[in-house]
Design a binder for this molecule. Structure first.
Ligand code: SF4
Ligand code: SF4
Length: 440
């Protein structure tokens, strides 16, 4: 027997969110498992700790670059290798280089080690990195929690529209860009094609694609379609980078890039400059995502992050999964309501989707002892959130410190080279055009 009671207007919400508005029936008494310290508090503590680490790394790198800009004078802090975790393309290049040569690249070794560790964590612990460690995930969560508080003050109809519009907009983006990326991958078009007159004539088609999710009646084009389309975008970005770097780029070319491409040797400084002197376009895109993240839970993580997409795919191999005991479950829907990734937990025996970030919020919300837990494959062993956190963070700490101890952590670029290159950073050889680098 189900004990569900729907609130007023669930049909006005996206399909993926309709089940969020469910209330527990008071008819059935269940043993409460509420505790003062729970998985959410531990997760927030881990998130805050990593967020602080990232802020310290950012400040340390900024200080190092300032020291180099002053020609090696003033307050000195060594360059923090952790800054390489913000070079995702370099991490992919390092991965290809490692599997092609058996060596760790000497320019951004920490970037490769951190990226490799993330892939390992996904293999064992699903997308735990996204739910527990990633600073962007943390920022997204703080945003939607604040936005949720704000949206609850608005009429339900208004808040429902505000939640729907960004998803429809992203679905339109996906309709435009996913086919373009697919054509780039199969080399039907190239980057040069964008200059051709044909692309100008396609403008009405782009406009139509962007408008479609807003104008087609929901009976024909339900919100679920928008949600699926919108989530396709991150996979198309991931496919593009895997094709260009992992599949197409020859190992010999990587060797040349690491030794002779000036841009690659200062990619970290260029990244800092990008954030310090952001163009109007980049700033508008980032601000738009930040604002939408207030009203659309985990907007970046669900729809755009190619890292999250990759970890989600690898996570299918993980032996861990959220598991619902259908015999104990009272169908209250609290797990679904707690899930910020919009997974219908209450309908699943095992949560196997790549969207699950292993945050334990559903387990925390479940009022019945033993009805919902993170378990090992075969439903035998329950994984307590404390053990999960120790294993996830522990793997990260062990691998990165092993790399440090074995000399695979610090870049081979000396401080003197940084000082020299930063002094000539405006030279055209430090630019790149659509992945084409100047050599020296
Ligand atoms: S299913 Fe549970 S663990 Fe997975 S993302 Fe949703 S709330 Fe978090
Ligand atoms: S698993 Fe727990 S929270 Fe989810 S529907 Fe069942 S009893 Fe409710």
């Amino acid at each position: 027997m189900r004990y569900l009671k729907e609130t007023k207007q669930p049909q006005s919400l996206p399909a993926s969110q309709q089940d969020l508005y469910l209330e527990t029936s008071p008819k059935k008494t269940v043993k409460s498992k509420r505790k003062r310290f729970n998985s959410q508090k531990l997760r927030w503590a881990v998130q805050i700790a990593f967020f602080i680490v990232v802020l310290v790394i950012g400040w340390q790198f900024y200080t190092f670059v300032k020291y180099c800009e002053a020609g090696g004078k003033g307050f000195y802090l060594p360059r923090p290798p952790g800054v390489e975790s913000f070079l995702p393309i370099s991490a992919l290049m390092g991965t290809k280089y490692f599997f092609g040569t058996g060596k760790i690249n000497p320019i951004h070794p920490a970037g490769f080690v951190i990226f490799g560790t993330l892939l390992l964590t996904a293999f064992f612990f699903r997308r735990g990195f996204c739910g527990w460690i990633c600073p962007i995930g943390t920022l997204s969560e703080w945003e939607w929690r604040f936005g949720d508080w704000f949206l609850k003050k608005l009429p339900q109809r208004v808040s429902s529209i505000m939640r729907n519009v960004p998803t429809a907009f992203t679905a339109g983006l996906s309709l435009v860009f996913t086919p373009i990326i697919a054509l780039l991958i199969v080399e039907v078009i190239t980057m040069e094609s964008f200059k051709s007159p044909l692309f100008r004539y396609l403008t009405p088609a782009y406009v139509l694609a962007m408008v479609l999710p807003f104008v087609i009646p929901r009976k024909i084009w339900p919100d679920k379609v928008n949600d699926i389309l919108a989530r396709a975008w991150k996979f198309s970005i991931l496919a593009f980078f895997i094709h260009v770097i992992i599949i197409k780029m020859p190992i010999a070319q990587l060797e040349v890039l690491y030794t002779r491409a000036p841009f690659v040797r200062v990619a970290d400084v260029k990244m800092l400059k990008f954030f310090m002197n952001m163009s109007g376009m980049a700033l508008s895109v980032i601000l738009t995502i930040l604002v939408i993240s207030l009203i659309n839970k985990n907007y970046w993580c669900r729809f755009f992050c190619p890292y999250g997409a990759l970890l989600g795919i690898i996570g299918y191999a993980s032996p861990m999964r959220i598991t619902r005991d259908t015999g104990k479950c009272i169908d209250c829907g609290k797990c679904t309501k707690a899930c910020a990734m919009h997974i219908l937990v209450e309908k699943k025996k095992h949560v196997l989707t790549h969207e699950c970030v292993a945050c334990y919020d559903c387990v925390n919300a479940c009022p019945v002892n033993g009805a919902l837990d993170m378990k090992l494959i075969g439903d035998r062993k329950k994984i307590h959130y404390g053990l999960y956190a120790i294993m996830l963070v522990g793997l990260y700490v062990v691998v990165t410190n092993t790399a440090r101890a074995t000399g695979h952590w610090h870049t081979k670029i000396s401080d003197a080279e940084y000082i020299m290159r930063i002094s000539e950073l405006n030279h055209p050889k430090y630019l790149h055009k659509a992945g084409q680098f100047e050599m020296e």
